[in-house]
Design a protein around this ligand. Structure first.
Ligand code: CAA
Length: 248
């Protein structure tokens, strides 16, 4: 790559809590950052807020759970900006509830948004990365994919699945200069975690040895490290970043 050309990073669900911190960090690192979004109204508000903070992100709409939608988005990004060097699979949702009562809709929604999305996005960028002999794929999983969590059979299954995917893809593309890694955050101060009822959340925080929720920028720091050129010998790994809540 021309040394003056910026690496291009696509962060799915960039408008969310973790996504925002990841977009900002990669932008500060000197990448050209593209955020994918699904909710137009939220995205417009976010773009204005980011502009106010001095960040001008490229934004593309896609339903990451839908292959055709992602295919179209990636084609547009490639045409308008260029090929994607760094893919951060960050988009995710929760639909918590005991498995005994879990609906097919809540199972499907979480599997499609959190896991099928990883296939949809990686599949649409991988051959171009192979052609260029360079790439970084970073999958944002969860401590609850590593250890399970009452009420999250759907989410834990999807998040555990992400790392199975990481391990195999890492092997398949290692010779092509592409690394594939998983990050498994614990409980981070985002809207998603704040949506857990306060009483339950307080019990969870009490189980974290560090004694607090994680900060979004702490996850972004790890993304930045794995995205860097210097991290080229790290692949197929799963980084736990959970304040000591789950050690193994
Ligand atoms: N272990 C054992 N029993 C539990 C339990 C636990 N951790 N939590 C709840 N229960 C029991 C209750 O004591 C109660 O028992 P009884 O029926 O005998 O009284 C029963 O389960 C609760 O019944 P509900 O009908 O209220 O349960 P529900 O199906 O509505 O589900 C829940 C409750 C939504 C799962 C709620 O417990 C909850 O929100 N838990 C937190 C889930 C969580 O941590 N989500 C993480 C979101 S953030 C995120 O996902 C980001 C990330 O990566 C970390």
């Amino acid at each position: 790559m021309d040394q003056h050309q910026k690496y291009i990073a696509l962060v799915t669900g960039g408008t969310g809590g973790l996504g925002t911190a990841i977009c900002k960090r990669l932008h500060n690192d000197g990448y050209r950052v593209i955020s994918s979004f699904n909710n137009v109204v939220k995205a417009e508000q976010w773009k204005q807020q980011m502009k106010g903070e001095g960040y001008d992100f490229d934004m593309y709409q896609a339903d990451v759970s839908d292959y055709a939608s992602v295919e179209k988005m990636v084609a547009e990004v490639e045409k308008n900006i260029g090929p994607i060097d760094i893919l951060v699979n960050n988009a995710g949702i929760t639909r918590d509830g005991q498995f005994r009562k879990m609906s097919v809709e809540n199972w499907d929604a979480v599997l499609k948004t959190n896991l099928y999305s990883v296939f949809n996005c990686a599949r649409n960028v991988i051959n171009q990365m192979c052609d260029r002999n360079y790439g970084r794929i970073i999958n944002i999983s969860s401590v609850n994919g590593q250890r399970g969590q009452f009420g999250q059979a759907n989410y834990s299954a999807a998040k555990a699945g992400m790392h199975g995917f990481t391990k195999t893809l890492a092997m398949e593309v290692a010779r092509k200069g592409i690394t594939v890694n998983t990050i498994s955050p614990g409980y981070i101060a985002t809207d998603m975690v704040m949506a857990v009822p306060e009483e339950i959340r307080n019990k969870i925080v009490a189980e974290i040895p560090v004694g607090r929720l994680g900060g979004t920028e702490e996850i972004a720091h790890l993304v930045s490290f794995l995205a860097s050129k210097d991290a080229s010998f790290i692949t197929g790994a799963n980084y736990a970043i959970n304040g000591g809540q789950h050690v193994y």
